[in-house]
Design a protein around this ligand. Structure first.
Ligand code: UDP
Length: 236
């Protein structure tokens, strides 16, 4: 039996025979509001494993290093083991979620230029927003490293915004996590409708975890619709 190294809200991390690599298994479990709301989204794990594989492959081709090695089966990816930074980088193109709450700006307002935010990855603290001085004070990243992470996040945004636009999907916002691999910064974790806001470009219909968070219904259908559009495009 492989050793379970870590179990999070949506994924399990398993050891492999190679100390430099781990298996990432995507579960159907869903949580929101810092774990206060719990549920299951049928086959979410299958959708998220496939989407992360496709999106990380697109990013690699665009010159963004990621931890992806290859997809192993419908729920599991082989990835490089990273020493994760305790930071979550959020990129926003459109006002939604906590940005609407914090600023009073209306959800759906287009930002004239994308913004990058930094959050402290801490379940105990509820992932608080940090400014650059907090990041330095907490020694989560040097100013140079933080500038580099923001630059990478902007590059990911350019690549993925263009990718989703081809599918008739507006990339509203998303969260990234980075880690270190032999001294090099590498994109880790996942990119899925759990970690992005994806709106139909024409109708603004939500195709992401907000359907679960806000009890909008048709949660499974939304995840399947994103996968369908992505795979249709990949086949072209
Ligand atoms: N996000 C995430 N994990 C988190 C917090 C946010 O993946 O712990 C994603 C979320 O899905 C959205 C973006 O980051 O795409 C911005 O989230 P926001 O700050 O608006 O927080 P929320 O409204 O989701 O609490």
């Amino acid at each position: 039996m492989p050793e379970l190294l870590y179990e999070g809200k949506a994924k399990k991390i398993w050891a492999t025979s190679d100390p430099d690599r781990v298996e990432m298994e995507f579960k159907d479990d869903a949580t929101a509001f810092n774990g206060q709301k719990r549920g299951t989204i049928l086959d979410k794990g299958v959708v998220n494993a496939k989407l992360t594989t496709v999106l990380f492959t697109v990013l690699e081709r665009a010159g963004v290093p990621t931890h992806l090695v290859r997809q192993l089966d419908d729920r599991r990816l082989l990835v490089d083991r990273l020493d994760m930074l305790a930071l979550e980088m959020v990129v926003r193109n459109v006002v939604a979620g906590s940005l609407a709450q914090r600023t009073g700006l209306q959800e759906g307002t287009r930002l004239t230029t994308p913004i990058v935010e930094t959050y402290y990855k801490s379940d105990a603290l509820g992932d608080p927003l940090l400014n650059d001085e907090h990041v330095a004070m907490l020694e989560l990243a040097s100013p140079e490293r933080l500038a580099d992470l923001k630059q990478r996040a902007r590059t990911v945004n350019r690549v993925l915004s263009a990718f989703f636009a081809q599918l008739g999907i507006l990339l509203v916002d998303f969260k990234l996590e980075f880690g270190m691999r032999r001294g090099e910064v590498v994109l880790g974790d996942e990119i899925t409708p759990d970690t992005c806001r994806l709106w139909d470009a024409q109708t603004q219909v939500r195709l992401d975890k907000d359907r679960f968070r806000r009890d909008l219904g048709q949660v499974e259908e939304a995840y399947q619709e994103v996968l369908r559009r992505v795979m249709q495009n990949a086949a072209l």
